[in-house]
Design a protein around this ligand. Structure first.
Ligand SMILES: [Zn+2]
Ligand SMILES: [Zn+2]
Length: 137
């Protein structure tokens, strides 16, 4: 399927459009995702970088070594601060969009959860969702 999907930050200055196939979505309970979302976990959706286009605004980015020991760059709106997507040198063809930025978040359904070892107890997702103590990739 190649329907165009769209998303944006809270203030709307940064917006994107995507026309590729939608990869798997997953929960991430790592400490970095907790801090950068300000919530208990992140939900990332894997998209093809080549089919992803910023249609408005200029996201800012911040890079840090993740719990996996690999560098991750987190992209966010410089005006309202909404976290929007993540990129990593290890996966140069993909970006991981935060499901909450999608205009229609119901198009994805997270299939597994990563970094359960560092999950906050009250944030665990149901046992029917496949779990990984650390990262699955
Ligand atoms: Zn914004
Ligand atoms: Zn994470």
């Amino acid at each position: 399927m190649a329907n165009t999907i769209t998303g944006r930050c809270l203030c709307g200055r940064v917006a994107y459009e995507y026309s590729g196939s939608i990869g798997p979505a997953s929960y991430c309970h790592c400490e970095d995702c907790r801090r950068c979302t300000g919530s208990a976990f992140n939900i990332g959706v894997r998209l093809e970088l080549a089919d992803f286009h910023i249609t408005s605004g200029n996201p800012r980015s911040f890079s840090k070594l993740a719990d996996s020991g690999r560098a991750l760059t987190r992209h966010f709106c410089p005006d309202c601060g909404s976290p929007m997507y993540t990129s990593a040198p290890k996966h140069p063809d993909h970006i991981y969009v935060k499901a909450g930025t999608l205009d229609d978040p119901t198009i994805v359904e997270p299939a597994h959860q990563n970094w359960v070892a560092s999950a906050v107890r009250w944030s665990l997702i149901g046992p029917d969702v496949r779990s990984f103590e650390h990262g699955s990739v």
